[in-house]
Design a protein around this ligand. Structure first.
Ligand code: NIG
Ligand code: FE
Length: 412
């Protein structure tokens, strides 16, 4: 039996094997095979071992290199137009994220730009961003809308996400975040906007999105509004996610456990009670240290949450306020700023991130039968992944069994 691809002599193969999202000490277990090999056929992994004797169409010698699952970036705001580099100076002068938003900047500035461009332009921007993600090892990405904030432009952005998924090697998972901010047109009647989402948008997007998310925050969407949107979304088959307790405690983690979200994200200000309830229900806590870095705010208390048994995942939160496309940098931030260990951060960026987007049975680890989404890194051991900061250590990326990045370059 011939393999399509054989990778051999890897210094370490990190299988990150697990049937469910990892918690506590399990996060430390990377299932390492020293001097390992892996073979793929029909876009799936079909052998993993120390030595594999098999003929293959393509063989890669991974001596002195680490082989691991592709990164899963489980929280991004991929689709928008423009950029907000102008806000850095304003942040340095001491303006907070919510002050910038309330003065009509932040999300509102990006909404203005995103509404003005057509699908084609957004697709071109998205393809470029996905290229950069793939070059740094991301093989699956979750992508949220949220810069349209009206039926027409939210649907436009969802269509863009679906088109990106079809056209790019990276798998793109669509999340509807129509409740990202109260549109300025509805500033004095936010409940009317909530109604618009439920009555007008949900029926139109049911086949375009897999998840529904809400930015539940002081002066944005209240707990009651978030509950209503996420509960109604479920009726349209949209699995709930939530931006919870990012800037102020609002009870977001508690709500996530009450309504059974698949993940609750950010969690900087969550209560112990809320986190413990999430842990009991196995809800993934998506931690986004890139956001803390770029807003110059505190970091989520990852050590405490891991102690409580919360299955933690990591994502970039790529958005115009946090222009980070590289999961390697997020892993470094998780270690240096949230005191996660390298192994914990790797588990959180692969298998747990896959569970955060309901893909844990398909991707996130190197196991027989799973998709052959594989990275070959220019480092001899996994501890070097967060250690070598700010450079791209990804040498080769295999997506669905095919080499899509070789020698740091995209193969098109
Ligand atoms: O996850 N907090 C809300 N949404 C994004 C930021 C979006 C933006 O500032 O454009 C976040 O950080
Ligand atoms: Fe976000």
């Amino acid at each position: 039996m011939k393999a399509e691809l054989l990778i051999k002599n890897a210094a370490q193969v990190l299988t990150v094997k697990s049937r469910k999202a990892k918690v506590k000490d399990k996060l430390e277990e990377l299932g390492i095979i020293n001097d390992g090999a892996i073979a793929a056929r029909n876009s799936r992994i079909f052998r993993i071992d120390k030595k594999i004797k098999i003929d293959a169409k393509k063989t890669i010698d991974a001596s002195n290199k680490v082989v691991m699952p592709g990164f899963v970036d489980c929280h991004t705001h991929l689709v928008f137009s423009g950029s907000r580099e102008n806000e850095l100076k304003i942040k340095l002068e001491g303006k907070t994220y919510l002050e910038i938003l309330e003065s009509g900047g932040g999300i509102y500035a990006t909404v203005n730009k995103t509404r003005k461009v057509d699908r084609k332009e957004l697709v071109a921007l998205g393809l470029r961003r996905l290229d950069e993600m793939l070059l740094s090892g991301t093989t699956t990405v979750e992508a949220k809308t949220g810069y349209g904030l009206n039926p027409e432009d939210e649907i436009k952005c969802l269509k863009v996400i679906n088109e990106l998924n079809k056209r790019h090697a990276v798998d793109v998972v669509p999340t509807f975040l129509g409740a990202h901010a109260i549109p300025l047109e509805f500033k004095n009647s936010p409940d009317k906007y909530v109604d618009l989402i439920i009555r007008n948008m949900f029926p139109k997007i049911r086949n375009l999105a897999e998840f529904c998310d809400v930015f539940c925050e002081k002066n944005v969407f209240t707990i009651e509004q978030a509950r209503k949107i996420l509960d109604e979304g479920k009726k349209f088959g949209l699995k709930p996610k939530i931006h919870a307790d990012e800037i102020y405690w609002t009870g977001g983690a508690e709500l996530a456990s009450e309504i059974g979200c698949i993940s609750a994200d950010h969690l900087l200000e969550s209560s112990d009670r809320g986190i413990k309830k999430m842990a009991e229900k196995g809800i993934i806590g998506v931690l986004l240290p890139g956001t803390s870095f770029t807003t110059m705010e505190k970091y989520a208390d990852a050590r405490k949450y891991i102690d409580y048994g919360l299955p933690v995942a990591l994502g970039t939160d790529f958005n115009p306020n946090c222009w980070i496309l590289n999961m390697g940098f997020i892993i470094a931030l998780a270690c240096y700023s949230m005191r996660m260990t390298p192994a914990e951060a790797i588990s959180a960026s692969t298998i747990n991130a896959a569970f955060a987007i309901n893909r844990g049975k398909e991707i996130g680890s190197l196991e027989i039968g799973k998709k052959a989404d594989i990275l070959i890194l220019n480092v001899p051991n996994y501890e070097s992944i967060p250690y070598k900061i700010g450079m791209n250590i990804v040498d080769t990326v295999i997506k669905n069994g095919k080499v899509v990045v070789e020698n740091w370059r995209l193969r098109k």
